[in-house]
Write a protein that binds this ligand. Sequence first.
Ligand code: NAD
Length: 257
Amino acid sequence: MEKVGLAGCGALGSIIAKALIDGIDGYKLIGIADLDKPSFDVPVMSFEELATECDIIIEALPPAAVPELAKEVLQQNKTLILLSACALLIHPEILEMQKASTGRIRVPSGALAGLDAVSALGCADIKGAKIATTKPPAGLKAAPFVTLNNIDLDHLSEKKRIFEGTALDAAKAFPANVNVAATLSLAGIGPERTRVEVWADPHAADNTHEITVTGPESTITSKIENVPDPSNPKSSMQAAYSVISLLKRRTAAIALG
Ligand SMILES: NC(=O)c1ccc[n+]([C@@H]2O[C@H](COP(=O)([O-])OP(=O)(O)OC[C@H]3O[C@@H](n4cnc5c(N)ncnc54)[C@H](O)[C@@H]3O)[C@@H](O)[C@H]2O)c1
């Protein structure tokens, strides 16, 4: 039985905590770290305690809190399952910390579809990778790029592209919105070469991510439409399910993907 700690028990963390408490074979949730008291009957721990007490620590924090957690987990040579993929681009020191550790970082597919095929094609050759993310305006509010450029999201009458650039720039501009782009870039051709578009659509109900990845041997296109989490419209519940799936695949007799 592997001991699991959860860092961050907001919209996604709560789904993961509930699944672990309901029971996932091979795992036991033994601690939760959050600024607020979680509504689960599980011991509250600091990041340091999670890293000391647990084998696997699941991260579901705001990206800014990730370096502190990663430091504790990697110093203890433990496994970090990391949802805030943007943090790996914004805080490259995390990858430096990993190099000095036997601990491992695992990035789930999150809200994205098609990552398995992208990783496979990455073992051969990828020439181009792009992702277009479309969200209802409410899911993009308060992003640094929106605030800095005074983008009015309240009076859109039609779908509007509000950002185009590299995955690296997108991660800095929309740290809570483009984890999928960060994940795609890590699976494919990196944050400088992966192109990202962010669209605000006043008529959209879902968070939609469309990828096109091209190589000499394959062209991958995928589209996923995710219902936003009711308690955090920036996030999609699919991302939490991808962590549960990753845990199940780690211990499965037959694992897909
Ligand atoms: N990989 C993906 O595809 C994907 C998809 C959606 C969301 N995400 C990311 O997953 C992360 C979690 O998303 P969410 O919707 O659950 O966020 P959320 O805001 O609902 O929850 C974050 C939780 O972290 C807690 N917290 C904040 N700072 C903390 C600190 N210093 N120490 C301890 N706890 C702290 C908050 O109290 C809150 O409960 C975000 O970074 C989000 O961008 C990733």
